[in-house]
Design a protein around this ligand. Structure first.
Ligand code: AHG
Ligand code: MN
Ligand code: MN
Ligand code: MN
Length: 323
């Protein structure tokens, strides 16, 4: 099985990017270890603090954030980072060539139930003009990302990553400590009979997505004339992993209860990296009104509605928005 280094070299990644990715993954391996220790390491439960998004931070949110922040800041490759758990951009090495945005722990509500969680990241070039504490340099559309992925802390620890030359799945070999390619160039099915959405919010959605989901649920008796199944892990990382592996459609739409929030998921460190991975695997990723990766960010914690998955099904969903 191919090792991470040789896969990245084959895909033409520059040495400094490879070294940065290895550093980032060293942090993820430490998170993986802490996660696997669970209550034995005292890492479960909540803190008394809130993040900038108004969510109560879990202990693992804070620990994972600290591990990644320290690892990346010490590496020298990174000019600045932005994180779900940091109000502002964190300056690192003024000479660093890259910017890293991450969700240190996705699916925090799953920590207490020993269910799927992960880390999501994206890497862009750091503009030379940028001061290390300047958030505006992070406001690049997803099309500028040079590498993105997630590490899934599941029954096995897996990495999905792309540098724009296909999406590859890796599995952490816990005996030797390296990520090995277990599926190169994954290609998702174009069609699917599986959808993933928090249906308890249905009454708060806008008409297009309400109608689309109603038609899925109507099955063979509705206009789709086909039965659909539903899955919801409550961690985007788990839901997108399933979608990458066997196809599907995942959506987190705008919710009328929060008119000021365009969606729940964050563009820089949730929607964009997943959109890049899925597009590179032959899928599609839209806000309902355009390609996620072309959204021009205005703020580091900006949220977007997301519709991600098998290409034909995403396009069918988008027809409801065009009606
Ligand atoms: P995070 O734990 O990083 O804050 O992200 C949680 C997100 C995402 O992973 C998941 O898809 C969604 O929240 C779950 O939302 P519901 O609470 O509506 O199930
Ligand atoms: Mn959170
Ligand atoms: Mn998240
Ligand atoms: Mn998170």
């Amino acid at each position: 099985m191919k090792r991470l280094n040789s896969r990245l070299q084959q895909d033409g990644a520059p040495l400094e990017l490879i070294l940065l990715i290895r550093t980032l993954l060293a942090g993820c391996k430490e998170i993986s270890f802490r996660v696997s220790q669970g209550a034995l390491a005292g890492v479960l439960g909540s803190t008394l603090s809130e993040n900038v998004q108004g969510e109560t931070q879990k202990k693992l949110d804070v620990i994972s954030n600290q591990i990644l922040k320290d690892t990346l800041a010490e590496s020298g490759y990174v000019k600045a980072i932005s994180s779900e758990e940091e109000d502002d951009v964190v300056p690192c090495n003024p000479e660093g060539k890259y910017l890293v945005s991450f969700d240190p722990l996705d699916g925090s509500s799953n920590t207490e139930i020993n269910s799927l969680i992960g880390t999501i990241f994206s890497i862009t070039h750091a503009p030379q003009w940028m001061e290390p504490d300047d958030p505006s340099a992070f406001l690049q559309p997803g099309t500028q990302i040079v590498a993105a992925g997630y590490v899934l802390y599941g029954p096995s620890t897996m990495l999905a990553m792309t540098t724009g030359r296909g999406t590859h799945l890796y599995t952490l070999d816990k005996t030797h400590g390296g990520f090995l390619v277990t599926q190169a160039n994954i290609q998702m099915p174009k069609d699917t009979a599986e959808f993933s959405i928090n249906a308890s919010n249905q009454r708060h959605w806008e008409a297009p997505i309400q109608n689309y989901v109603s038609d899925l649920i109507a099955g063979t008796e509705g206009p789709r004339q086909k039965d659909f199944n539903m899955r919801w892990v409550a961690a985007m990382v788990g839901d997108i992993h399933r979608v990458l592996c066997r196809g599907g459609i995942f959506a987190y739409p705008f919710d009328k209860r929060n008119p000021k929030m365009p969606g729940k998921l964050r563009l820089l460190y949730e929607a964009n990296p997943m959109a890049f991975l899925v597009e590179q695997a032959g899928g599609a990723a839209s806000t309902g009104h355009g390609r996620i990766m072309e959204v021009m960010p205005t703020e580091i914690h900006q949220r977007v509605p997301v519709i991600i998955g098998s290409e034909n099904e995403v396009n069918t969903c988008l027809e409801y928005y065009q009606k």
